[in-house]
Design a protein around this ligand. Structure first.
Ligand SMILES: C[S@@+](CC[C@H](N)C(=O)[O-])C[C@H]1O[C@@H](n2cnc3c(N)ncnc32)[C@H](O)[C@@H]1O
Length: 251
């Protein structure tokens, strides 16, 4: 017989049991002689085969908050929190009156929702995926966040600030699993096709301020591209000291 105490030491063991039994950690420790339910082993097998645990329990934590997530929509990563922090800082410092912000490529809506929660900006959010928008709308409702969602190829209007975690991975890259969608990751041979398109479209719509998540190895090619425009730009790093994003200001 396998007891609770045997699986508490396993990776995600406590989390899975808390979810399955609808009990907290303290209860598990006080009752660690009980037999582990058989569903635990089915879930463990699924996770070990590469299925994301976030899709099993339909939840993910981002910026200290719990969000709904489901298969087919990108699971938000901690890496993106630095982008949210930068956006909140910029909006708080520079937007004295109510400003309009767009979260382009919103996915599950986490960036848009955190901006709406932590600033007084009017927030719009777009994605080309209907499934992503369905999840983002559900999350906005869960967090009581007032956000206008739109199915759209990038964006189609002018705002004071554009924030995005677009697909920026090189096409040859191996996805972490087969359950997250290709269109959330891939951005062409050097990964920057959609980033360049966002920058050009921003110019067209006279959006002067952008904050974009990028890959740690994209500083050089992106700098070369940005040097063609009349703009100032600054790369910013995550806590590990790796390039994680760029803030662009068109003159
Ligand atoms: C890297 S995910 C980011 C999701 C979310 N913002 C986050 O940080 O977790 C990129 C998202 O961009 C969307 N996307 C891809 N191409 C797009 C396009 N041309 N216009 C709008 N959204 C797009 C994908 O559907 C996906 O949800």
């Amino acid at each position: 017989m396998i007891r609770i105490k045997d699986v508490l030491k396993e990776q995600n063991g406590s989390y899975i049991l808390e979810k399955l039994l609808k009990k907290d950690k303290a209860w598990l420790f006080l009752n660690d002689n009980l037999e582990v339910p058989k569903e635990y082993f089915e879930i463990k097998r699924k996770i070990d085969s590469g299925y994301p645990i976030e899709y099993i329990f339909n939840e993910v934590y981002f910026y200290g908050d719990k969000f709904y997530i489901k298969e087919g929509v990108l699971i938000p990563r901690d890496d993106t929190e630095v982008v949210v922090e930068r956006a909140i800082q910029v909006i708080s410092e520079k937007c004295k009156k109510k400003c309009k912000v767009i979260d382009c490529c919103t996915g599950s809506g986490v960036i848009a929702i955190e901006i709406a929660k932590h600033t007084n900006a009017k927030v719009l959010a777009t994605d080309i995926s209907e499934l992503a928008l369905e999840v983002a709308r559900k999350n906005a409702k869960l967090h009581n966040a007032d956000i206008e969602f739109k199915k759209c190829d990038l964006f189609d209007e002018s705002v004071d600030l554009l924030v995005a975690n677009p697909p920026y991975v090189e096409n040859f890259w191996q996805k972490p699993n087969e359950y997250e969608p290709d269109e959330a990751f891939f951005g062409g041979d050097d990964g920057l096709d959609i980033v360049r398109k966002i920058i050009k479209e921003a110019l067209k719509f006279e959006i002067k301020h952008l904050i974009l998540e990028i890959g740690y190895n994209q500083k050089k090619p992106l700098s070369e591209f940005l040097d063609n425009f009349n703009c100032k730009y600054e790369f910013f790093k995550d806590l590990g000291g790796r390039i994680r994003g760029v803030e662009i200001l068109f003159c």
